[in-house]
Design a protein around this ligand. Sequence first.
Ligand code: ADP
Length: 837
Amino acid sequence: MKDPMPEESVTIPFNLYQRLFSHASTAIGLLNENGYLVDANDLFKRTFDSLTGQDITSLDEPFTEFLHARDAYKFAYHFSRLITGSSHSVSFNTLFRNASGHARWLSIKAWTIPKDERALPHQRGPFVAVLVEDETEEQQEGKRLLEAKEIAERAIETKSQFLANMSHEIRTPIQTIIGMSELLQDTRLDHEQSEYARQIRFSADVLLSLVNDILDYSKIEAGKLALEHIDFSVEEMIEQSVDMISLEAHKKGLEIAIDIPKDAALHIKGDPNRFRQIIINLVKNAVKFTHEGSIIVSCRKTKYHDSEAITITVADTGIGIAPELRPKLFTTFFQGDPSTTRRFGGTGLGLAISRHLVQSMGGEISMVPNEGGGSIFRFIIPIEHSHFEFAPSYPKVQQDDRILIVDDFSETRRILANYLFEQGYSHIEEAASGEEALSKLVTAAAAGRPFSVALIDMIMPKMDGWRLAAEINNDKAINGISLILMVPQGTLGADAKMTLLRWFNAYIVKPVKRRELYDALGTTEVTPLDLDSDGDQIQTNDRPASTGTGVVPQAHRGTISVRREIKTDTHLLIVEDHPVNQQLFCTILEKIGFAYISTASDGIEALEKVQAQPFDIIFMDIQMPRMNGYETTRKLRQRNFTGPIIAVTASALADEREQCIEAGMNDVLIKPYKRSDIEAMCDKWLGESLSIDLQSTEDPGTSSGEIEELEELEEIAEPEDGSIPDRDILNTNQLLDNFFGNTESVQKLLTRFMERTEAELTELPSLIAKEDWETARREAHTIKGSALNLSAQDLGQAAGRLELDIKDLKREDIPAALKALTEAYMRFKERVARLTL
Ligand code: ADP
């Protein structure tokens, strides 16, 4: 070894190191302050020799020179800190260049041996002791593992991506199968054919839910399931979830109840859709695996690991789950009973997905057997309160109301009694049957403390709700009471409603919701209806119908000849975000003869308007910013808007219609609509009173001369050069027809439409560039709707194509569709420029 300090050779005795460093069996070397190796133990020499192929004693370069260039700086940095006393020891891994050019991994631990002024000059230091271990094998093993892990992760990612794409692609044709089989079912089919159509529909539904589950699961596996963090009402979400399935439960004759005490009816922050998905999964299973008895969905405020939480419980009285199967319950593709699965469909993914969702929300899910048979599924999630927590306003309580709850299902009685108690009612009694109810009513009346309200379940053994009502109504001693019927969802047909009008004051749908209960009770004002008793089997006194929750809708009253003067009386609300469509709609309605037309630009505004004044009918656009048509309708129904709500949508798919009806709308008006479509819709829902002579409705603003002039502008001949005919670019005849020939309105409308469309067309490329698909799709959708309403076929179709490409995320087709749309707009603009209205 060459001496880097030539004046004297270093003679620190090696036994000193052995005392300083207890690990004599490890390779230790000593560097001077210039980084040169001045001494080393035998092991160090051997290690170094095997690494470099050089004799350590012949080295005349600093130690750093032997390190891999990538790591030399690292060592130099640590070395300078040790020598200057900024740190006393370090340990790190570094790469070492070996003789054959292969890198080796060294683990280095280094200490400072401080300067010793009393020592001989060449022994004073400071020195840095380095302890070296060759870790190449371990490192390589680690690297191999890392690579294997990455490959596995990539494989999962690819598989999940494939599944996600595939599910997405499969969904579109399934939608078509569902839509078409539904349309098919609406046609004239014989018994055998309709059974085939039903089977197709059933299998397509099963397939769709399977694909949705797979899509969800692949998202979870790829770690791509992002949860939203928005405000929602726990109570509303539970009610909505149960509503979606309660019809099925009632069809099976099952009792289904929701139990949410006031303190658990919280507004929280989280992902409402995923929250709903978990509940739907659990309730669907409960219905599927229960053949008789009940399902109770409850929510309680609880604690979870010291934070506030809610526990949702779905308890059923079904087939239960064998103890040996329970541990596998929340694993993928577990299905306890294949025969049931064959009958009802299912993937064995529902519970696994639910578990993932609950865990992603920071909670846990479990199952315990129900006492007396069946299962109880329960999940608990920690909650964060919404900033918008507010106390809902319910109608004032009639303190002295004495209420009798009549239901054979004790849980419903308990839940209702609690709801009433929480609202401040103190005189509450229960009866488990019609007979018991009658005896309680008679006794109370005789004692001079008659009941004022009875909540009566429609379906009870022996004496059902109707029978009980007949008995009460026929007994003068007790018939001064208000009767509210509780009907299972979906069982109340139009006939039943008519009968209800005579025997009951109101009805509420089961499972009973807190708001609907309070509203029905709180409505004390009654509007007597002019009914004549025409040959009813049971002679009853006619009951005045209250105007509160669940009372017969206005439209229905129309059929019992409550006449309405349309021009002065009928209030219409148009909920539509697009000003052009809004104006178009209003103009048509005005021309039909309506005098009271209000507009709202989105769902939230609509809710405010409905709160402020009554409306007889609402026309509801579906796609709107802030709050869409479905959500708005649901909210309106929850707030007891009972009049007809007509969906106005550009989609003619059968499932959209179903969704509209499910959300609480009564009918669907398809865009592009014509004047006659709106007339027909008003006629249908506002009764005969609307059938005014439209021909005689003259528009003072338009002379027949103007119409003729416009008609002349239409090019009759088809262009020979294959270009698009003027009529398809803008059908002025149809447009004027829609506007009753009012050229001024048309002119205004065209100008506004063009201003808006130009703004949208300018915005679209950047929306597409930044992949804001939702906004881009909405803009294309708006252009489509308004263009078609304006009878601009060519432009409407181009916008529709773009909308579809964006919806299906056909990235490669989007630029061409956008270009085609811009060109269509240019044609439209040029056409309008040629029109001199
Ligand atoms: P599936 O789509 O098959 O219903 P799930 O993951 O939702 O898949 O459920 C898995 C299995 O757990 C079901 O096939 C059934 O055997 C069992 N199971 C789930 N819920 C219930 C219940 N409420 N009662 C009895 N068995 C149930």
